[in-house]
Write a protein that binds this ligand. Structure first.
Ligand code: BES
Ligand code: MN
Ligand code: MN
Length: 462
């Protein structure tokens, strides 16, 4: 019998090459032009699950892109771990900022990844992290050390809001039944500061349209006398925060969880260096809600951000024009007890109320999701913490993150399952940005750590 310590170096090249093959497929869920690549990716993931030793695999059709399912049931009386991940990726643009093409993976060294990192769209979010689970299962199955049952559910629409998954969960409750859900789709503090994600923010996402005059106008002939929808939209957006960077939407904070002083003090113990944070992003200063630290601002507090804004002339040179319409895409990250549908409604009412009567506004809701918090006293958390202690030699720090994985709250609602978030990426891995990468060390460390979670969770559950 091989140990994981031996198995990784023996198979390292193959582990990297298989991931590189997966990363070559441009499985961009946001762009219908890549629908064929999405299907090819699902097929490759299914093949990988078969080769890892799953007894049953299946490509499950949904209203949207398919879910890849696989399972290895060794004894129905033993606990069952359901691994969730996603094989779709974000669009790679802006393309010209990539130092190597997004779907031609290469391994390059970086300051934080002296052993090299794989540069490709999806390397960290989430193909690389998802694939760690496939390789960890392969090790356990091939070496007869799988201590419990495992099911895989790898989806293809996470980056566009997992729209088909509510129905998929409802229709497959039995098949997906489990004792714990395990996900690697978040990050950790640093390679020598392991952490476990204990909170995800929720999300409300809207698109707004402001219409002024019924056609584009000459900005000299009409300028100064008519509403300019871009000026109006900018002013409306600016008014959504006050001088303390509080969000001004009435009742927005009503349900926000008040985190106790004791818990805030506990959270503040996690290492965080403001100067390094600013330097890494090349910003002169941080900015955010008065009364909260930077790490609180991106974890336990809700936000409102413009993600895109457009209208009028944006081509080469100058065109003198007052546009008829202006648009923006706005996200609100939510914290425990805030409800995305309620927040979307509050936003809509407020946005309509603050519009001057010179313009018309339209608010279109996009996908949303509920926040999630892990109980650090649970068996799942304790098993995960012990797994990190085993492979990192350090107790992991529980840390809430600012990102969202809406399916996690849905898992609890529909399947009654809790989720453990074992992320191995770093914030600097540039997910959703040009030059996304995933450390080779992190990839292998994940493969090494995951089997210990299986072992300790099974032991602690009996
Ligand atoms: N893996 C991310 C979420 C994430 C990343 C959480 C890092 C914590 C740390 C996921 O793929 C993602 O991008 N989620 C979206 C939400 C979705 C509804 C599009 C997000 O957070 O913007
Ligand atoms: Mn992800
Ligand atoms: Mn993502």
């Amino acid at each position: 019998m091989d140990t994981i310590k031996n198995y990784i170096p023996e198979n390292k090249e193959r582990f990297l090459n298989e991931l590189i093959e997966l990363l070559r497929l441009p499985s961009i869920s946001a762009d219908p032009a890549y629908a064929k690549d999405i299907i090819r990716t699902a097929e490759l993931v299914e093949k990988a699950l078969q080769e890892a030793g799953c007894d049953t695999t299946e490509i499950c059709e949904t209203k949207g892109y398919p879910v890849v399912y696989g399972e290895k049931i060794i004894d129905p009386k033993l606990p069952t771990i359901l691994v969730y991940g996603h094989y779709d990726v974000q669009p790679p643009d802006p393309m010209d900022l990539w130092t190597s093409p997004p779907f031609e993976p290469v391994i390059k060294k970086t300051d934080l990844h002296p052993e090299g990192a794989i540069f490709a769209r999806g390397a960290c979010d989430d193909k690389g992290q998802m694939y760690m689970h496939v390789k960890a299962a392969e090790f356990m199955i091939k070496n007869n050390t799988l201590p419990c049952n495992v099911k895989f559910m790898i989806e293809g629409e996470e980056e566009v809001g997992s729209d088909s998954l509510a129905d998929f969960l409802e229709d497959n409750k039995e098949k997906l039944a489990n004792d714990i859900i395990l996900i690697s789709d978040t990050g950790m503090i640093a390679n020598d500061v392991p952490s476990i994600t204990t909170g995800l923010r929720g999300l409300s996402y809207v698109e707004v349209e402001v219409t002024g005059p019924n056609r584009d106008l000459h900005s000299g002939i009409y300028g100064g006398a008519v509403p300019n929808p871009i000026n109006v939209l900018s002013k409306m957006i600016a008014s959504l925060h006050d001088e303390n960077n509080h969000i001004t939407i009435p009742d927005f904070y009503d349900k926000v969880e008040v985190v106790s002083e004791a818990e805030r003090a506990e959270m503040a113990k996690a290492p965080f260096n403001l100067e390094e944070y600013k330097a890494a992003l090349d910003i002169g200063d941080v900015q955010g809600e008065k009364g909260y630290s930077t790490s609180e601002r991106y974890s336990i507090r809700p936000t409102l951000d413009v993600n895109g804004i457009w209208g009028g002339y944006t081509g080469e040179g100058a065109k003198t024009v007052i546009a008829s319409k202006a648009y923006a895409k706005i996200s609100m990250r939510l914290v425990p007890h805030q409800d995305p549908d309620e927040i979307t409604e509050l936003f809509t009412k407020h946005f309509e109320a603050i519009a001057p009567k010179s313009v018309k506004v339209k608010v279109t809701p996009h996908h949303g999701g509920l926040p999630y918090v892990t109980n650090i006293e649970s068996t799942g958390y304790k098993a995960a913490a012990k797994a990190y202690e085993t492979t990192f030699g350090k107790t992991p720090i529980p840390e809430r993150t600012g990102g969202s994985i809406p399916i996690v709250a849905l898992f609890e609602q529909v399947l009654g399952s809790k989720t453990i978030l074992m992320g191995f990426g770093l914030d600097s891995d540039a997910i959703h940005s040009p030059n996304e990468h995933f450390g080779v060390w992190n990839y292998l460390k994940g493969i090494e750590t995951i089997p210990y979670f299986y072992k300790y969770f099974t032991e602690m559950s009996s």
